[in-house]
Design a binder for this molecule. Structure first.
Ligand SMILES: [Zn+2]
Ligand SMILES: [Zn+2]
Length: 234
């Protein structure tokens, strides 16, 4: 499996940056996890829209879905149909997603999907709106993406023995007093360690904080950091 980061900021980007978007490639199949602002532009740097099989939206916050509203104009010219997977809540946001360019399937933690060789599972997290962590299994490898969430045992259980955990770290330790619906770097790493994940990559960086601030909270641990257009092999 191959992961390319197309955007890694939230809830808004740094200058010239993009919000959440991660391309997963396995054999000939391509799935986009989240489609925040700037992601479609970055996608086109290395990939063709004709090759994209599906888009999975972890939740319906603008920093994870806003490029869907412009991507659909490009999809009108596409020959193949494309599948979009999304939670159906909040209802008014879900309704806004409807468009003739694609078909939408509703995400449910009890349902799994197969796209190419990839088996895809979901688990509901703790966020302001319903958010689903996404697990992709293919060729004996397991990748988990957290979406946005506060600390939850469910993410530890869902990420058990993952080869790769792509985990949000939207806040710093000092922000936890206000019980934000996000994880600090230390919490994200703790989740990965308790799940026995082989690799952990932090993402969803707050644009007002520098990467150095995130790194200082982690210390010397072997952690990876999302970076736009960075590709990793899992
Ligand atoms: Zn977000
Ligand atoms: Zn969110």
């Amino acid at each position: 499996m191959k992961l390319t980061v197309l955007g890694c900021y939230g809830p808004y980007p740094i200058k010239g940056g993009s919000c959440s978007g991660y391309l997963i490639e396995e054999d000939q199949s391509k799935i986009l996890l989240d489609c925040g602002n700037g992601v479609f532009s970055n996608y086109q740097k290395n990939f063709s829209l004709e090759d994209l099989d599906a888009i999975i939206l972890s939740h319906l916050h603008p920093d994870h879905i806003s490029d869907i509203f412009i991507l659909r104009y490009a999809l009108e010219f596409r020959k193949k149909s494309i599948k979009i997977f999304a939670p159906n809540n909040p209802h008014e946001e879900f309704i806004r997603l409807f468009h003739k360019s694609y078909e939408i399937s509703i995400i449910d933690s009890k349902k799994s999907f197969k796209i190419g060789n990839m088996m895809i599972h979901f688990e509901k997290m703790n966020h302001v709106v319903p958010d689903y962590a996404i697990c992709i299994e293919a060729n004996g490898k397991k990748l988990v993406y957290s979406g946005d969430t506060s600390y939850t045992q469910k993410l530890i259980d869902f990420s058990k023995n993952a080869d790769f955990l792509l985990c949000e770290a939207g806040v710093l330790e000092k922000d936890l007093v206000n019980t934000p619906p996000h994880l600090s770097p230390e919490q994200a790493v703790e989740i990965g360690e308790r799940a026995n994940a082989k690799r952990i990559m932090l993402t969803h960086f707050y644009p007002e904080y520098s990467l150095k601030m995130y790194k200082e909270e982690i210390g010397k641990k072997e952690i990876e950091y999302a970076e736009e257009m960075k590709t990793v092999i899992i």
